[in-house]
Design a protein around this ligand. Structure first.
Ligand code: FEC
Length: 330
């Protein structure tokens, strides 16, 4: 009897240190091998200290997302066995390590997906090129989910979160004209605009779909977490937008960070601590939607996108001449 097809899923995520003493190596990796100055290191460490309490939440969420996705894919599959592994951009196991693990697991083919829904050449594009290079070196056929910013399950999960908070406010008598839903995502260097990068448009599309489905009174989009570098970053920054909203008569800000799927530094510090403090000073109520983490609708989004890629006919270039050789399996 023919054995089931073995499909590798490379689940890629940003990565996070495992302890405070790993922050320097992590930060150096993000800075492409340039170590941070003592001041930069101290500043980043203080942000982690403010949120972690001994745990780096992104690692735990990524672990759970990957194991639950593997269970879901296998539960619903009759003709294939799925092997899901992690590949992290800035921490161990790195993207190339994940590809290597899939090769060792003797998968027949692989699909790569990033735990971030919006494509930019500088974000998802980076994960994909690292994975592709390693897969080519090892002769592992791999295809990719490039973005899933408008997947209906993702939109529903985020819409429900916005609706829950809106409903509470309206029921408590908050005037609708004083409410603003503020969607946000990680900023990138503004140079991406010159190459027609889809990142800003995909983020606006996600925001528009949620705003329509949740029938929000009014919404805006802001960038957050811009790097502390000399280059110009996409704006307006969320910290500049808050005082503008105050001037427009807004009193209740419902923050929905559509560019992120998990609880981590950029959400737990940049929004929950830094933005919340700025909003408090302005007299604004600032509430954030809960992160997706292992919401079944998010896992369904990932499952659907992976299956969609697998259903597409394989392009000739994806079938590596050495694929399958030496696996020792029928
Ligand atoms: O909780 C954690 O430990 C990790 C949280 C974290 C996530 C994340 C996601 C994205 N980033 C993106 C782009 C950039 C660019 C630079 C950059 C720098 C940092 C630094 C930290 C950091 N990022 Fe990040 N990012 C997270 C954490 N990021 C820490 C370094 C200190 C700082 O600037 O705050 C600038 C690199 C450079 O200096 O050249 C660019 C994008 C995402 C969302 C997509 C994804 O998840 O991959 C885009 C989570």
């Amino acid at each position: 009897m023919r054995s089931k097809r073995r499909i590798g899923v490379l689940v890629m995520s940003y990565g996070t240190p495992e302890s405070l003493d790993q922050i320097e190596a992590y930060y150096t990796h993000i800075r492409r091998g340039n170590p941070p100055s003592p001041e930069q290191l101290a500043e980043l460490t203080s942000r982690y200290e403010a949120i972690v309490g001994g745990v780096f939440p992104l690692r735990e969420h990524t672990n759970r997302q990957v194991s639950q996705l593997q269970r879901l894919l296998n539960e619903d599959s009759e003709d294939a066995v799925y092997v899901c592994v992690q590949g992290l951009k800035h921490a161990y196991p790195f993207v190339a390590d994940g590809v290597e693990t899939l090769k060792q697991a003797q998968v027949d083919e692989a699909v790569g997906i990033v735990l971030a829904p919006h494509y930019s050449r500088m974000s998802i594009g980076g994960y994909i090129s690292q994975a592709k290079a390693k897969a080519e070196e090892l002769g592992l056929p791999i295809r990719f989910v490039e973005s899933y910013h408008d997947n209906p399950h993702l939109i529903r999960a985020l819409t429900e979160r916005v609706q829950t908070i809106l409903k509470n406010w309206i029921t408590a008598g908050v005037p609708r004209e004083q409410v603003r839903v503020l969607f946000s995502a990680h900023s990138l260097p503004a140079s991406i605009l010159a190459t027609g990068d889809p990142y800003p448009e995909q983020l606006l599309a996600t925001s528009r779909l949620i705003a329509e489905a949740a029938e929000v009174p009014s919404w805006s989009f802001a960038w957050q977490s811009a790097g502390r570098t000399a280059v110009s970053w996409l704006g307006p920054d969320i910290l500049e937008v808050l005082p503008q909203l105050k001037e427009e008569g807004v009193r209740y800000v419902l923050a929905c960070p559509v560019g992120f799927v998990s609880d981590h530094l950029e959400v737990l510090y940049d929004l929950d601590i830094e933005c919340k403090q700025a909003a408090d000073k302005l007299g604004l109520t600032f509430v954030r939607t809960e992160s997706l983490n292992t919401d079944p609708l998010y896992l369904q989004t990932l499952q659907e996108e992976i299956e969609r890629v697998l259903q597409k006919p394989k392009p000739e270039s994806d079938v590596h001449p050495m694929a399958g050789r030496g696996s020792g399996r029928e």
